[in-house]
Design a protein. Structure first.
Length: 194
């Protein structure tokens, strides 16, 4: 479960994603990565340099810079399914989720170059994105063109090999609980189908 809301109390995306993750896990374990409480650092020159340095040639400092990235990537590979709580912020994802993507999209770990373009290496696991929005931006709505969250997440996750992606929408949360209830119905359907 990857939670990206900086709202630690009362976050709809957190609550809905937790419901889904625990429903999917059944008696299994849910690993929680709380990006809102502990956002990953932005990439810096040293980290990017370490990404492109062959493992045998890395310095101690470079290995230290890669420790969190390695941990996040290991969590992805260990997961049977991935649930992401992604509230819409200014038509896109929260900055903490963007820095998480920057940390996990790594050459040689989650993707590799090929003659036909990059090939994602994190495969064979579903991703369920629970997205909350104060307004209404989902498919078929007049303001769907402002939704940069779904297309960006699809592309970023596809890039590292995650192609089985579903979105659960809690729309119009600034106007009442109808969107939350609709999302709960979607969560029940996803959990029953799993």
């Amino acid at each position: 479960l990857i939670s990206s809301s900086p709202n630690l109390e009362g976050s709809s995306s957190r609550a809905l994603a937790q419901e889904l993750a625990h429903s999917l896990a059944g008696d299994g374990r849910v690993v929680v990565r709380d990006l809102g409480a502990n956002p990953p650092p932005h990439l810096d020159q040293e980290t990017i340099g370490a990404f492109y340095t062959p493992e045998a040639e890395r310095t101690v400092e470079q290995n230290q810079k890669l420790a969190l990235s390695n941990e996040l990537i290991d969590e992805l590979f260990a997961a049977d399914a991935i649930v992401i709580a992604a509230p819409m912020h200014n038509f896109g994802i929260a900055s903490s989720l963007k820095t998480w993507i920057d940390q996990v999209a790594r050459i040689g770990r989650t993707f590799e170059p090929t003659g036909q373009g990059p090939k994602g290496l994190v495969t064979d696991r579903p991703v369920h994105v629970v997205t909350t929005r104060g307004g209404v931006y989902g498919p078929g709505t007049p303001f769907n063109h402002l939704d940069h969250l779904e297309p960006y997440l699809r592309r970023a996750l596809n890039f590292i090999g995650l192609e089985d992606i579903s979105f659960i929408y809690a729309e119009g949360t600034a106007k009442g609980d109808d969107g939350i209830q609709a999302a709960r119905a979607q969560i029940s359907q996803v959990a029953e189908a799993a």
